[in-house]
Design a protein around this ligand. Structure first.
Ligand code: UDP
Ligand code: MG
Length: 160
């Protein structure tokens, strides 16, 4: 089976807008299993580790400011092709370009044009690991082994 685990963060804008429940609902609706979940308020140092690949980008200072401005809800979702499936549900990075039906397309419309000139980060509600390799690094960064759980869902009988 192509069982994968992926890291999802409801970013501070998503938490502060009260969208957490509706976002989590979408993942439960497709049958993804929540195997870990917590709220965490990260600092600049943790942001630099999480976004290590982006630290040298011009938009990084705005990204760090945004991701540390409030707590995030972090979760690990498990399912078939979970990394690709979750990225499909999350949609394109820029909410203006994200397709309707995706989380970023349905709950935001922020654009690069509106943020770049102000050095702000784009507000797109959610983070999800981009690749299987990224997911392994990110899950290990955010969750210890004792914070991840193994249990059975009905989807394992009726969907898989
Ligand atoms: N970001 C931004 N401006 C950019 C590119 C990225 O503000 O030009 C922010 C945005 O919040 C994005 C995050 O940096 O979600 C991480 O960027 P990445 O390219 O990894 O996009 P993602 O994987 O989140 O779609
Ligand atoms: Mg990314």
């Amino acid at each position: 089976m192509m069982l994968e685990r992926t890291l999802v963060l409801i970013k501070p804008d998503g938490v502060q807008r009260g969208l957490s429940g509706r976002v989590i609902q979408r993942f439960e609706d497709v049958g993804l299993k929540i195997v870990g979940m917590k709220m965490k308020w990260i600092d600049a140092s943790f942001s630099k580790t999480h976004y290590a690949a982006l630290v040298s980008k011009p938009f990084y200072p705005g990204l760090e400011k945004m991701i540390t401005e409030g707590p995030v809800i972090a979760m690990v979702l498990e399912g078939l092709h979970a990394v690709e499936l979750v990225r499909k549900m999350v949609g394109a990075t820029e909410p203006k370009s994200a397709a309707p039906g995706t989380i970023r397309g349905d709950f935001a419309h922020h654009s690069y044009a509106a943020t770049d000139k102000e050095g702000r980060s784009i507000k797109n509600i959610i983070h999800a690991s981009g690749t299987l390799e990224e997911s392994k690094v990110e899950v290990a960064l955010w969750f210890g082994p004792s914070e991840l759980f193994t249990y059975k869902t009905v989807h394992e009988m009726h969907v898989f």
